[in-house]
Design a protein around this ligand. Structure first.
Ligand SMILES: O=C(O)CCC(=O)C(=O)O
Ligand SMILES: [Fe+2]
Length: 318
């Protein structure tokens, strides 16, 4: 099984490839699917145009080929689906902050599959960064430092500061998003379970580096982040409705550019179950805390307005 089976076109020199002439579905042939899987490990994010036929059920069926599906831990799924997270700009869903999906979870998703449903006339691109390349770009002394760092990831961080807004919508969203609080310690460098590559595990769910005073932690994070997000390690995708992007969530971060004002944008995501990260010295990530705030009356019935707000504003911290 190999890339030769695919009509594959790298989009940049370091990350991202478009695959043409494949009609995604749950019935994809074994060989084609195997080649796509291999390509994902190499290119980190794959793009497929013209997949309008998929629909929600088709997206879930295709996703099932990759492994077990997982719903978002705190945000209700889209009505009528088992696992889909809908991000709708009308309700403020704009993930304009660098992150890897759901890293507050100990075994965060291995991959995400995103389908564009409504796309602005201009703007609303998404950018992905290659976190394996970012590690390789670190000077050897910084690699050694990073190899030994651990970070606390949580879904309970300062949303207003991160997104530079203090809106009522964001407050309500935050309540849903943190109705259960997760705290996990991940190594800053994990060994990719399939490729053996070392990748940086950072992004907006990181609260602090362990063992450093907060200001030092902030400086170090800024330094490491600068290697992740340098333009040479990124690919930017101009969406059309019906496009599908799949990323290796163990080797990338992403950022949804919020430059389209009042134009409408809707995307839907499915995530595939992942495994617990392992550090370069063989230690596994540690789940510290899963605190359900249900008793504090923060739990929201799935049909309520707030739940709808949560599911449709999920993008800001997906
Ligand atoms: O809106 C996008 O393009 C990406 C949103 C996001 O962060 C995600 O789907 O995980
Ligand atoms: Fe995301």
């Amino acid at each position: 099984m190999s890339e030769a089976l695919l009509d594959l076109h790298p989009v940049t020199g370091r990350i991202g490839a478009e695959i043409r002439d494949v009609r995604l579905s749950g019935d994809l042939g074994k060989e084609t699917f195997g080649a796509i899987r291999q390509a994902l490990l190499k290119y980190k994010v794959l793009f497929f145009r013209g997949q309008q036929h998929l629909g929600d059920a088709g997206q879930e069926a295709f996703a099932r080929l990759w492994g077990d599906l997982v719903a978002h831990p705190t945000v209700p799924v889209r009505d009528g689906t088992g696992y889909l997270l809908e991000l709708d700009s009308v309700h403020g869903g704009r993930a304009n902050s660098w992150h890897t999906d759901v890293t507050f979870d100990q075994a965060y998703p291995q991959a995400s599959i995103l389908r564009a449903v409504v796309v602005p006339h201009a703007g609303g691109d998404t950018v992905w960064a290659n976190t394996a390349q970012a590690y390789l770009d670190l000077p050897p002394a910084l690699q050694q430092l990073a190899d030994n760092l651990w970070a606390l990831h949580t879904n309970d961080y300062d949303y207003a500061a991160r997104f530079n807004t203090d809106s009522a919508g964001l407050k309500r969203y935050r309540e849903i998003f943190t109705s259960t609080i997760y705290e996990t310690e991940h190594p800053v460098v994990r060994v990719h379970p399939e490729t053996g590559e070392r990748t940086l595990v950072l992004g907006h769910f990181v609260k602090k580096l362990l063992g450093y005073p907060t200001p030092d932690s902030a400086h170090l994070l800024k330094l490491l982040d600068s290697y992740v997000t340098r333009l040479e390690n990124t690919v930017r995708w101009r969406w059309s409705a019906g496009d599908v992007a799949i990323w290796d969530n163990r080797a990338t971060q992403h950022y949804a550019i919020n430059d389209y004002g009042d134009q409408h944008r809707v995307v839907r995501r499915v995530t595939i179950a992942g495994d617990v990260p392992v550090s370069v010295d063989g230690r596994r990530s540690v789940s510290l805390n899963v605190k359900n705030k249900a008793q504090d009356d923060v739990r929201v019935p799935a049909s309520s307005d707030a739940a709808h707000a949560a599911s449709s504003t999920a993008a800001v911290a997906s």
